[in-house]
Design a protein around this ligand. Structure first.
Ligand code: FES
Ligand code: FES
Length: 187
């Protein structure tokens, strides 16, 4: 096919500036592009994983304005102006984020494919617990919140991480990792 026969891409697009891991990234995106595909295919941030691409597995979890979201269900054009943090943006230079450190120390993974999503989700859930947000596993919402927010236990962690699936079944080590991370956050 000669260049003159190539049909122009008529999909509507937008020029946007995304703030990702503290860096402004200007780009032209198809208005239908997911944040997940934009991170991976356009910005080379491949730490965020695609599992189901349908909001079912949590592998694509990132933080947008401090809250965890499934990036496969989020349009890139919808998050312009928000601070986006991916797993690549959590560490401080060579120093791992406390959640990353806890997962490492507790061996909270096997193949590691779900791990970036599990870690970003844990950062988000710790922030939610700190704000005193209850979960479905919270028995008594009137007494759950101390001055430091919700103190997590195993049931709370399992519930709050239930949107992040692990095909390897590494949950047994993830749960103590999350509890360790909350303890470290409070020290
Ligand atoms: S890839 Fe987004 S939830 Fe599975
Ligand atoms: S560690 Fe393999 S999918 Fe979770």
């Amino acid at each position: 096919m000669s260049p003159s026969e190539v049909r122009p891409n008529s999909a509507p697009s937008s020029s946007i500036a995304l703030s990702v891991n503290g860096r402004e990234r200007a780009l032209e995106v198809d208005n239908r592009a997911s944040l997940l595909d934009t991170l991976r295919e356009r910005l080379d941030l491949t730490g965020t994983k695609k599992g189901c691409d349908h909001g079912q597995c949590g592998a694509c979890t990132v933080l947008v304005a401090g809250r965890r979201v499934n990036s496969c269900l989020t349009l890139a054009v919808a998050v312009e102006g928000d601070e986006i943090v991916t797993v690549e943006g959590l560490s401080d230079g060579d120093r791992l984020h406390p959640v990353q450190q806890a997962f490492l120390e507790r061996d909270g993974f096997q193949c590691g494919y779900c791990t970036p999503g599990q870690i970003c989700s844990t950062v988000g859930l710790l922030a939610e617990a700190k704000k005193g947000w209850p979960s479905h596993a919270t028995a008594d919402v009137s007494h759950v919140c101390g001055p430091e927010g919700v103190t997590l236990d195993e049931n709370e962690v399992r519930e709050r991480l239930s949107g992040n699936l692990c095909r390897c079944g590494a949950y047994a080590n993830m749960v103590p990792a999350v509890l360790d991370a909350q303890a470290a956050e409070r020290r």
